[in-house]
Design a binder for this molecule. Structure first.
Ligand SMILES: CC(C)(COP(=O)(O)OP(=O)(O)OC[C@H]1O[C@@H](n2cnc3c(N)ncnc32)[C@H](O)[C@@H]1OP(=O)(O)O)[C@@H](O)C(=O)NCCC(=O)NCCS
Length: 117
């Protein structure tokens, strides 16, 4: 599935010495990938099947099947576990603890926000 404003390129330029000469490397996007809104997939990247690329990510490196990549440059933050049918955090980023740490909540009684950025 490919969202809007997705950009996939298999080349760069050999700038400045080679001018606009092309430096190319194939891009391979596995079956069942979901490329989020506005992401860019750069030359030489191979995404295994079933990967998710977050909105506005810039993917500069390859990733194995069932990886979730976000950010600039994109990093793998979750992996899909077929055993549990869940996306599991691939590191501290994306974990429930991290999310709770970063959550802001609005208190209607004090009418103020609490939490940390
Ligand atoms: C990638 C995506 C699917 C992840 O959803 P999710 O599993 O609910 O992920 P989480 O909200 O748990 O995010 C995991 C971590 O990645 C970060 N993250 C999620 N999406 C991100 C993005 N697009 N860019 C940068 N960071 C992102 C979160 O902030 C979180 O980091 P933290 O642990 O430091 O707080 C979703 O955020 C996304 O980008 N969806 C694309 C939407 C889109 O393009 N829709 C068009 C319809 S086709």
């Amino acid at each position: 599935m490919i969202a809007g404003r997705v950009y996939v390129t298999d080349h760069d330029h050999a700038w400045p010495d080679g001018g606009a000469a092309l430096v190319t490397a194939p891009v391979v996007i596995g079956d069942g990938c979901w490329l989020g809104e506005g992401c860019a997939i750069l030359k030489g990247v191979t995404l295994g099947e079933g990967c998710v690329v977050g909105a506005n990510a810039v993917v500069t490196r390859s990733a194995p099947a069932r990886s979730m990549l976000v950010g600039v440059p994109a990093r793998v933050v979750k992996r899909y576990d077929p055993g549990t049918g869940k996306w599991l955090a691939a590191g501290p980023v994306g974990s429930p603890e991290r999310r709770a740490e970063r959550a802001w909540t609005f208190s209607p009684t004090s009418r103020s926000w609490g939490g940390s950025p």
